[in-house]
Write a protein that binds this ligand. Structure first.
Ligand SMILES: [Zn+2]
Length: 545
């Protein structure tokens, strides 16, 4: 816990005849009590409250739905700005709807540590996907600002004793003089790509890859292009009329202004839960290819066209789906978990969207469109599987007398995290334990080490012992090499992939129940939210305080 420096022993002993050791003990006690008070608020209560509040901001009354620039998306943007300002940041919204929060350092031109995630959701989504990373980032930055202010000698007594209390101006000013690098939080406006069938619009805007990827001409279901949206947003912000290319250029964060990028995200998979740990670091994100397949057959009457003469687009589509499953090692004929190469390379292939025309029970389908999603850690494997899938589609379509086209809508190479950042995240997760112990309501049990290099034994997990369970679910400090903090590969794509184009990146994953995501059943325990906030605050403090 950083806080103002204890006075020297000489001065203390001159002030009062009490022995120095007693003064020191009293001083440490006071420091712990006050630090733990605001840490509990900033790293536990506020992030958990904010996640609940943000989940209420939805375009649907019955589910969570917040897509790019929808009314709820704009309300969420306003709310995020309010919280960022309470956390001591200056804020602005750019023309693509990204919400920025920033606190400068003693050298405002220094490259910033960028923390980000996204605040759009899928349809009928969960509370934590994307939102968690923004809220945890906000909590960690607020905590760091308050710590910096304390280090600078600002008296925070009485000013931050309840959730939602803004960082006092004096603390903000003092923190800016103290921080060694600016902290820049970005809430990306679009990651899920629901509206434009795109990926990472918000982060791609920030790295300058909207125009090179031809995304300005992407159209939504109403036929409106991203180009028009950008121009309209720019004009609505009172900045006049400019061509979309110029607006896109103005959204870019210059690479030299970014020191590194860290994103906190729910795992969206079952590994951390299986290991019984709250947090892990991410060493790589699998590469991904998305195909869009159109199959055109011959539409006809279901009762009059003989089976032998048919060119059924849906039957052809079904054989394509089965072939893809087989190529990627799935289906009933798949070797039982024996295909180690596929397992290791995390090869996964999915047809998740199917459109059938005309979609009537008494009509032979005339046209089918389907999506194909192919992911693997190794780019060479993914590229080779994409070629096999395309070749099989061509072969099957010829065999079935239908015509097919395959468009490659998205192709992202695997992204490797920066090894140093991963190690620092691992170390922050480990060393944040005492802080976490302070901020969880019932206190925590200390880890019991059985000897050098051995694993820790933790207290029993009980409902009454939140901290004990959180400690049990976090890495021990005993092995000393970070072996006990899981380091994972992400099968899901994240904004981190786009940010890797301009800077060093790494991610921290947070356990989610059952590995479930993109669902209202998505859930992360409040104590895991606190664990992530404490770990990220520890990581940031190590860099700027
Ligand atoms: Zn996400």
């Amino acid at each position: 816990m950083g806080s103002r420096r204890p006075w020297g022993a000489e001065k203390l002993n001159r002030m009062h005849p009490l022995p120095f050791s007693l003064w020191f003990a009293l001083l440490m006690f006071c420091r712990c009590v006050s630090a733990s008070e605001f840490a509990h608020i900033t790293l536990n209560k506020e992030p958990n409250d904010h996640l609940e509040s943000l989940a209420q901001i939805s375009d649907s009354e019955v589910s969570l739905e917040r897509t790019f620039l929808s009314p709820a998306h704009r309300r969420a943007s306003t709310q995020l700005r309010v919280w960022m300002e309470e956390a001591g940041m200056e804020t602005w919204v750019d023309a693509i709807g990204n919400v920025h929060g920033r606190i400068n350092s003693s050298n405002p031109d220094a490259a910033a540590i960028v923390i980000a995630s996204h605040f759009d959701t899928v349809l009928d989504g969960g509370k934590y996907d994307g939102a968690l990373g923004i809220i945890v980032g906000m909590a960690a930055i607020k905590h760091t600002v308050l710590q910096a202010a304390q280090q600078a000698g600002v008296d925070l007594a009485g000013s931050i004793q309840q959730a939602g209390a803004p960082v006092p101006e004096a603390a903000r000013t003092a923190a800016q003089r103290t921080l060694r690098a600016p902290l820049h939080l970005v809430a990306f406006s679009d990651e899920e790509g629901i509206r434009f069938k795109s990926t990472f619009l918000g982060s791609r805007a920030v790295v300058g890859s909207l125009v090179p990827n031809g995304m300005l001409d992407a159209q939504d279901r109403q036929g409106q292009s991203l180009r028009k949206v950008l121009e309209a947003e720019h004009a609505a912000a009172g900045k006049g009329s400019r061509p979309a290319e110029e607006i896109a250029a103005s959204l870019v964060l210059p690479p030299q202004s970014v020191k590194e990028y860290v994103e906190v995200h729910i795992e969206q998979g079952p590994v951390l839960e299986g290991l019984g740990v709250s947090l892990g670091a991410v060493s790589a994100i699998a590469g991904q290819t998305r195909l869009w397949v159109v199959v055109n057959g011959t539409q006809g009457h279901a009762g009059t066209v003989p089976m032998r003469g048919r060119a059924d687009a849906l039957a052809a589509g079904a054989s394509i789906i089965s072939a893809i499953e087989h190529i990627c090692g799935g289906g009933p004929d798949a070797p039982p978990a024996s295909d180690e190469a596929s397992e290791n390379e995390m090869l996964v292939c999915t047809v998740g969207e199917l459109r059938v025309w005309p979609g009537a029970s008494n009509v032979i389908p005339g046209s089918v469109q389907l999506s194909v999603d192919i992911r693997a850690k190794a780019d060479m494997l993914r590229t080779s599987i994409v070629q096999q899938v395309k070749a099989d589609i061509t072969r099957l379509c010829i065999t079935r007398g239908v015509s097919c086209s395959v468009a490659q809508n998205h192709d992202a190479p695997a992204v490797l995290s920066d090894a140093g950042l991963v190690q620092d995240l691992v170390s922050a997760i480990r060393t944040s334990q005492p802080l976490l112990q302070q901020i969880l309501p019932s206190g925590g049990e200390a880890a019991e080490c059985t000897g050098p290099g051995e694993q820790c034994k933790w207290g029993e997990n009980t409902e009454e012992n939140d901290a004990g369970e959180a400690l049990a679910s976090s890495p021990s400090a005993c092995s000393g090499q970070g072996r006990d903090v899981p380091v994972l590969v992400s099968g899901a794509g994240h904004d981190t992939m786009a940010m890797a184009e301009i800077t060093k990146v790494a991610m921290m994953f947070v356990r989610c129940r059952g590995g479930i995501s993109h669902s209202p059943l998505e859930h992360t325990e409040p104590k895991d939210v606190a664990a992530a906030s404490a770990a990220l605050a520890t990581f940031i403090a190590g860099r700027v305080l």
